[in-house]
Design a protein around this ligand. Structure first.
Ligand SMILES: C[S@@+](CC[C@H](N)C(=O)[O-])C[C@H]1O[C@@H](n2cnc3c(N)ncnc32)[C@H](O)[C@@H]1O
Length: 247
């Protein structure tokens, strides 16, 4: 089964939307430090649209792209229910195009880790550059290889709510800096439970690789932090927050 297909129906219900809400607030703090007020934002891999809704609610012209029609369908419904006008489109991170340029591009919650090669990451950064006005910013988080090793290295995570239970089993391949994750969900349907599975794969990216790909894609790395803080990352950092500017 493709990733983020049936998962879309329970993504917000199991709290997966909360991280991008935090990233939205953190991005505002990063932008305050730069004294930069975007009038338009493109959220890449916007998922169920949580961050996009927050930008739109702050009177920012907002666009979202994602590869999963099911995630986008949840996002569109949330925007409609909240009376927010957001332009969502189904596009790939490696090849998206925009009719209008934006001041800021964002990409939250491991989404870039779904790009498993440096060439796909480069294609994504080049597409982001094309979507931005000169001087525009690209702010994103990304899991490091340390995260793959520590969090996604042959572990099992499980949790439940009243109506959804899930198990994440993972395995890490250090040479590829890649983790494979088998996600199994059980969703209550009346008196029975529906079971479905998705196989996810993420690749960790370190600071050196990120800087290199930014440079060849036409970005300047302005700041790189331990995500959600303003601390300098070190070799134990599991998630980076990157502020890049279109050169
Ligand atoms: C962990 S979710 C994050 C969603 C959202 N950014 C958030 O913070 O809740 C990862 C998202 O990346 C999208 N995605 C993964 N690979 C993609 C690709 N190659 N092109 C477009 N979207 C992709 C998935 O469909 C999914 O919505």
């Amino acid at each position: 089964m493709r990733v983020y297909s049936k998962f879309a129906s329970v993504y917000d219900r199991i709290g997966s939307d909360q991280f991008s809400a935090k990233m939205f607030r953190y991005t505002q703090r990063l932008l305050n430090r730069l004294d930069y007020r975007p009038r338009s934002v493109l959220d890449l891999a916007c998922g169920t649209g949580t961050a996009a809704l927050m930008w739109a609610d702050n009177n920012v012209v907002t666009y979202g792209i994602d590869g999963s029609e099911q995630m986008l369908s949840v996002a569109r419904k949330k925007a409609r229910d909240n009376g927010l006008n957001i332009s969502f489109s189904r596009q790939q991170l490696t090849s998206f195009t925009m009719a209008k340029k934006v001041d800021l591009a964002t990409c939250y919650f491991d989404s870039l880790n779904y790009l498993l090669t440096l060439s796909d990451l480069t294609a994504c950064f080049k597409s982001a550059r094309r979507a931005l006005y000169d001087g525009g910013y690209f702010i994103f988080d990304v899991n490091t290889p340390e995260a793959m090793k520590v969090l996604w290295g042959s572990q099992v995570y499980a949790d439940e709510t009243e109506n959804v239970a899930w198990i994440w089993k993972n395995c890490y391949f250090p040479k590829l800096k890649r983790a494979e994750i088998k996600a199994t969900f059980f969703v209550r349907q009346g008196s029975s439970w529906e079971r479905f599975e998705e196989n996810h794969a993420e690749r960790g990216y370190g600071i050196t690789e990120i800087k290199k790909v930014l440079k060849i894609s036409g970005f300047k790395a302005v700041k790189i932090y331990e995500c959600l803080t303003f601390a300098k990352p070190d070799r134990k950092t599991i998630r980076l927050a990157v502020v890049a500017q279109k050169k």
